[in-house]
Design a protein around this ligand. Structure first.
Ligand code: PGA
Length: 248
């Protein structure tokens, strides 16, 4: 039985003070790590210090990471520093990184591999655009993102997958449980093909895209949906706590 995962993606939101206030409120609702579910916060790099002071017992990490320890890489996030700050996870290849910052599968693959070697569990994000879905290309697109994104990670290193259809992100348009399950089952079969059945069985595949407390229960009832990557609804302690509570 895979553990469920609730992950927050704060994107470029919250000051250090707002982050501290969030955790004060969230811990009133969820004081400890739930028995059946891990909770992870992906926060802006500039507030990792503030989050590190108050996040325990919950895990946290950056939303993007570079594939070198240090050097002349102006503006990038070092995985070594992230680890020293207490980060245990990182997002890689979020659709906003792919679309706005032109990250491609080759770069994402390097980031996934390097993060995992730095003991940051990468959460690789994949997902099709509406145009790709309408053209019947969903499986082709997400298979390519998955297999290329995982092409350099060493065998045995842990990782997670987040399936986030681009058309559902921040739009209020959530995938139906059937649409999401179809993609998740396909991704799990692709994982089995490229990494073996054991890896496919134990790797969490999260759904993301307009997850809210009211649509979470029907999504997580699907056999291949292991939890959520939540943007907008993770900014309010009560809403995110309500989503965590659907995974208990
Ligand atoms: P959303 O964002 O929940 O606001 O749709 C999800 C994400 O981009 O990770």
């Amino acid at each position: 039985m895979r553990r469920k995962i609730a992950a927050a993606n704060w994107k470029m939101h919250k000051t250090p003070t707002e982050a501290r206030d969030f955790f004060a409120g969230f811990k009133k609702e969820i004081p400890n790590i739930p028995q059946t579910c891990d909770v992870i916060f992906f926060v802006p790099a500039l507030i990792l210090g503030a989050v590190a002071e108050v996040a325990a017992p919950f895990a946290f990490g950056p939303q993007n990471i570079y594939h070198e320890k240090e050097g002349a890489f102006t503006g990038e996030n070092s995985p070594v520093v992230a680890e020293v700050m207490g980060c245990t996870y990182t997002l890689v290849g979020h659709s906003e990184r792919r679309q706005l910052f032109k990250e491609d599968d080759a770069l994402i693959s390097r980031k996934v591999a390097f993060a995992s070697e730095s003991r940051l569990t990468p959460m690789l994000c994949v997902g099709e655009t509406l145009k790709e879905r309408d053209a019947g290309r969903t499986n082709e697109v997400i298979s390519q993102q998955l297999t290329r994104g995982l092409s350099e990670i060493q065998a045995g290193r842990p990782f997670m997958i987040a399936y986030e259809p681009v058309w559902a992100i921040g739009t209020g348009k959530v995938a139906t449980p059937e649409q999401a399950e179809e993609a998740h089952a396909f991704l799990r079969s692709e994982l089995a093909r490229v990494k073996g059945g054991e890896v496919a069985e134990k790797t969490p595949i999260l759904y993301g895209g307009s997850v809210k407390p009211d649509n979470a229960p029907s999504l997580v009832a699907q056999p291949n949906i292991d939890g959520f990557l939540v943007g907008g609804a993770s900014l309010k302690p009560q809403d995110f706590a309500a989503i965590v509570n659907t995974l208990r």
